[in-house]
Design a protein around this ligand. Structure first.
Ligand SMILES: [Fe+2]
Ligand SMILES: [Fe+2]
Length: 220
């Protein structure tokens, strides 16, 4: 043990003339560590969205009043719209590039398309619609299947973890884009450098739409 102490203790610094810490470097490193600890990586962020929506679907099942159902359905549709968008704009293209798993990628996009059609129908109707509960139920089943595909042991997220994707950087990009889509940032910051290339003018219109939707949900 004494030998180990000699190898890793202060003696090593003396022997190899390791310069003392400047303090500034340590503070910068600590700030970086704190930053990455407070911001979820891409997969943690997407999984947190999944858990949130699952919870709202459960609450919808036991809700009795029309207004409660409507509020939950609005939350679900908005969250899924934002979630599918950040996946399609940021996570999925990075996944395809890093893993070349074309089948997994394409199936996920087609499942999104199916969900979007049902979301549009739910948004266009209300609890007075005889089929409202059925539409939300079928959406929950579609999402359950899709989430399983993304999270299962050999699924998209597992393959992403095993690839060289920069999940921290992607998490930061998606956090920023999510805030933007939810209208939590001014329009001036809309075209971030992370999404500008892929987003284009159609995305600008979508951002405006989502901002208005978010305001409506919050009752502004
Ligand atoms: Fe997802
Ligand atoms: Fe997805």
């Amino acid at each position: 043990m004494k030998g180990l102490r000699l190898l890793f203790g202060p003696e090593l610094k003396q022997q190899w003339h390791v310069p003392p810490s400047t303090g500034v470097d340590d503070m910068a490193k600590a700030r970086k560590r704190a930053k990455s600890a407070s911001e979820p990586d891409a997969i943690a962020l997407l999984k947190a969205d999944h858990r949130q929506v699952e919870q709202w679907f459960e609450q919808f099942e036991s809700a009795r009043s029309g207004s409660k159902k409507k509020g939950l359905a609005v939350n679900i549709c908005q969250a899924l719209t934002v979630h599918t968008k950040i996946e399609e704009e940021i996570f999925y293209p990075a996944f395809l590039e890093a893993t070349e798993e074309k089948d997994i990628h394409h199936e996920a996009e087609i499942e999104h398309d199916g969900a979007k059609k049902l979301i549009a129908q739910i948004e266009a109707s209300g609890p007075d619609d005889d089929y409202y509960d059925a539409k939300v139920k079928v959406l929950s089943e579609m999402i359950k299947h899709h989430v399983k595909e993304e999270e299962q042991p050999d699924g998209m997220f597992a393959k992403a973890r095993n690839s060289d994707m920069d999940l921290d950087a992607l998490g930061q990009q998606m956090t920023a884009r999510k805030a933007q889509l939810l209208g939590e940032e001014p329009d001036g910051e809309e075209a971030s450098n992370t999404t500008r290339g892929r987003a284009g003018s159609k995305e600008s219109k979508d951002v405006g739409l989502m901002a208005r939707l978010a305001k409506r949900v919050r009752g502004d």
